[in-house]
Design a protein around this ligand. Sequence first.
Ligand code: SAM
Length: 711
Amino acid sequence: MDPNAEEPAPILFIGQHESQREVSVNSQLLGDAQSLGYDLLTAPITTTHFQSRVLTILADYVKLISKNTLPDALPLPNIPPLLPKDTDLSPEDSNSALIAVASPWIDLGSKDPLIAHISRQVLNAEVAYAAFVGISSILVQGPVQGSDVAQYSRAILEALNLGPYVQIHIVMPMTGELEMEGFDGEHLSELARKQYVTEEDEDDDSELEPFAAWETWDTIRSFCNYSQKLTGYPVLSKTHQQLLTRFLRLRFPPWLLLVDVDAIKPMEEAASGGAPLEPTPAESAKSGTPETKDPVSHLRYIRHLQQTQPSRPPMERFGQGYQDYIQSPLQPLTDNLESITYEVFEKDPVKYEWYERAVAAALKDLRKKLGEKHEIVVAVVGAGRGPLVTRSLRASKSTGIPIKCCAVEKNPNAHVLIQRRNATDPLWNGQVLIYKSDMRAWPGPTVNGEVRQVDILVSELLGSFADNELSPECLDGVQHVLHPDHGINIPQSYSAHLTPIATPRIYSDLLTRPADDLWETPAVVMLHQYDDLCTITNASGERTPDVKETWSFHHPIAPAILTHAFVRAGGASDAGGWTGGDGKNEHNVRSCKVSFKAQDRGVCHGLAGYFETVLYAPEDGSKKVELSTNPVTMKAKSEDMISWFPIFFPLKKPIFVPDDAEIEVSMWRQTDDRKVWYEWFVEVFAQGAKGKRVKVGSSELHSSKKNGCLM
Ligand SMILES: C[S@@+](CC[C@H](N)C(=O)[O-])C[C@H]1O[C@@H](n2cnc3c(N)ncnc32)[C@H](O)[C@@H]1O
């Protein structure tokens, strides 16, 4: 995971789709398409022969019931099994490169039970046959205007269960209505009987509603329980490069289908002249003119975009393969990290540099305050393999302020490495005092037979949500070694931040995992395929997520608080802790209630968490040295830092968020003196009549107590 490694072009599977393919799809045509540069080809599952048969059955039935005085007494018609003439597909090895297309003329959500019944049978017969011949990817048209989305979703759910490998892609418009193109003859929706068509359906104004298509898709996927075998297939009216770039940065980029462009002709006809590879967009546009007749101009253009994608930011390159991948947060206090884990941290191009600046600034301030005679003691607590020791020594060198440097580490294996480094690294020069100890039990450094107080205490015990790796508890425990008057902690403070998000990908991933307490455990995840539900416009007019602070910690803490905690630890004071224990860690309890304004409707699947930290604020008021993973401030504070992915607090049941709703998040950091855990609760309010605030949804109270971080 070298962040500087050269990037290969992103993978992009491009297929070709003709809604009225004139030639039948077989391995020969597929071979021709592949030699032109396509990866995939669509193939209708059934032929017009099948469509005519179905329409005849329908017409006969309608005739029959119109003559019958008791039409309800007649059973609904059945579609007989497929005949050889009904389909061109057969089992072939090459079928894995085909996408089967279900008949676009059916209306699965028709309010006319007859039409819905026929449509369902057509879809089931087609999906079952496609699965039988070994094609697992199937395109199905989304619900047509006026159709019942729940009814449609039910049909999709049934179809998904027809084969273990069936993967259905629903064709959805980005906005407005789905175009009913690409087939000869009638659409079944036009044959719905009058009594089942309401005026409302005919005047459906969904075209004016930008979120109608998303809402339909959300209903379908919720109905199908977020099945990973189901995806939406957006139909774009024009090439949209930025959208393509976003797609290409997904962990699993979607396939692209070039629809009704550059029909594939048998090879002999198409063999005329090859354009050079990778033309510019202008060349590509030119080559598509009738004079030159490039048979694959659109494909070339997309390939050109694929090859010329802008390079990804360092975090994305570093996290390649980790997008939306759920990990348990590290617990470096209870577990001992592996060398490789430290090695990954150490690749960060920003974090260590910033620590060096912070130590240098603190050294200068202390030198001013204490004078040249005072030898400044710097202790790196939780030193790992020693990068912050090196940075402290470098800060000493660059400022010309000598220091006595100590390193404290409780991981016995890392302790071996720092001892070795002390012996071999010329910068360390055998001068670093090394202690194998839990920092909370460390009495401080012994210099010339005397225990000395520490002037600067450097640590990096931060998790993705700031305090979730128990930095507050560890730093309280080692504060006794810090000089009480002028001692400096680096970091001086840190804060946790959050914002509500929609992330169906992570939600559906969690659904597939057996452990129930996954919903009660915050996860570290490089968020990728997600939407911020609440955004604000910043001073430069850009929309950014509305990320709010939940709480913060400052070090060193007031001595009176530590003394009180010490007294409570013995059980001699007060009535004990609120949530268990004697209450000795209760000063590290936090809670918040933060409110967010959603602009557009969506679904809240959980909360994205970030942190910010002030490593050091120089006393002359010059720029603070800060780190941030908060998307709103990270660019200004620590652009390109890669050490931390965000944290995600999931919701067991997603909550629908209407337009202009308010999302209120209550969160707690709890402790019982043995461990620390989080609790979170989300409520959604809509604007009711006369401006009243109406609660429209809430989560249950989630708690990570069972998987809390051990102190
Ligand atoms: C996140 S790592 C940072 C390592 C290194 N300072 C760096 O920045 O690359 C935190 C380190 O602190 C150590 N640590 C955590 N809690 C500690 C404690 N109570 N006493 C001593 N070391 C501790 C862990 O073993 C781990 O090596």
